[in-house]
Design a protein around this ligand. Sequence first.
Ligand SMILES: NC(=O)c1ccc[n+]([C@@H]2O[C@H](COP(=O)([O-])OP(=O)(O)OC[C@H]3O[C@@H](n4cnc5c(N)ncnc54)[C@H](OP(=O)(O)O)[C@@H]3O)[C@@H](O)[C@H]2O)c1
Length: 348
Amino acid sequence: MSAHDPPKANNKEGADDQQQQQKLVCVTGAGGFIGSWVVKELLRRGYRVRGTARDPADGKNAHLLALEGAKERLTLCRADVLDRDSLRAAFAGCDGVFHVASPVSNDPELVPVAVEGTRNVVNAAADMGARCLVFTSSYGAVHMDPNRSPDAVLDETCWSDYDYCKRTQNTYCCAKMLAEQTAAAEAARRGLRLAVVVPCVTTGPALQRALNVSTNHVARYLTGARATYPNAVAAYADVRDVARAHVLAYERPAARGRYLCIAAVLHRAQLMAMLRELFPQYPVTARCEDDGKPMAKPYRFSCRRVKEDLGLDQFTPLRKSLYEAVVCMQRRGHLLPVIQQHHQRASL
Ligand SMILES: NC(=O)c1ccc[n+]([C@@H]2O[C@H](COP(=O)([O-])OP(=O)(O)OC[C@H]3O[C@@H](n4cnc5c(N)ncnc54)[C@H](OP(=O)(O)O)[C@@H]3O)[C@@H](O)[C@H]2O)c1
């Protein structure tokens, strides 16, 4: 059986699986990059799914209705995380809630959407009798601490330094820290099982049409929009693994707390080299910004919990994930081949 085959249903365990999969679950932010793959994974495993969007009729959500199983088992409903009544309606009858929706932005005005939105989601889920909440955090809530030893192995006990994030205007990391802490406090208060998936920069093919922040992280180097790359290190995971971690965290009754989901850690120079090797036709920069500092060292993470406790034992290799992300962007017209770009410039 491959990692993507549905579980077999020919014994008692199989019958339990089948019962489990007919349950109704809700995914907030269903139309986004990660949300769409969580919906797809849930449908593939036989669940009935309700997806929330602020405007379900918007064409940007149309891809969801084309997913296999969507006709029979997916409904979309309007909900804003700042409107608790809309969330209660969305969660009615749901056994599990996947809270994926969040602004992915450094705009300080959007912090309350992440934090108060999470408070509303936890309470609406508890009000409506859900048994489990899976919350999407970010490794931005884990690794941002300049005082940590470069030899440290980061795990689920690590938190970013909030004051450092604030000082360096990493408002998104502050928002994710506060939102995750709010989820933990509110879920404990309401007696709701909480599992937190902690992805890093998430790549891979998109189901939605628009570029999200993490796919744009790669696209801007391919289009030549970035003339230099920073002296920085980042961690990467494939969106299909991240989605699977969400569903496994819901399905394992003992799953609680944080699960780091990280496949590879690369200096940006290594990412540039990989992109150049895979797609030599794009003008990927070879020039590092000179920040006067020595080359940033890749930090290390332990993903023992996601591997051993959730059973996500194999991550998609980054090379495959990046390749498929780029091919998908090409198909969607996000990356005009360089030859075409030259041609266009010449004809302007
Ligand atoms: N992509 C990554 O590399 C990465 C890494 C770590 C963590 N994460 C986390 O993963 C989650 C999804 O990220 P993504 O990359 O998939 O982002 P995305 O494609 O931009 O999706 C974000 C979703 O949030 C929803 N949203 C924003 N404001 C909302 C509001 N006020 N009420 C309801 N929904 C709202 C949007 O829904 P509408 O359709 O209503 O606009 C959208 O579906 C976020 O929690 C993010 O912090 C992402």
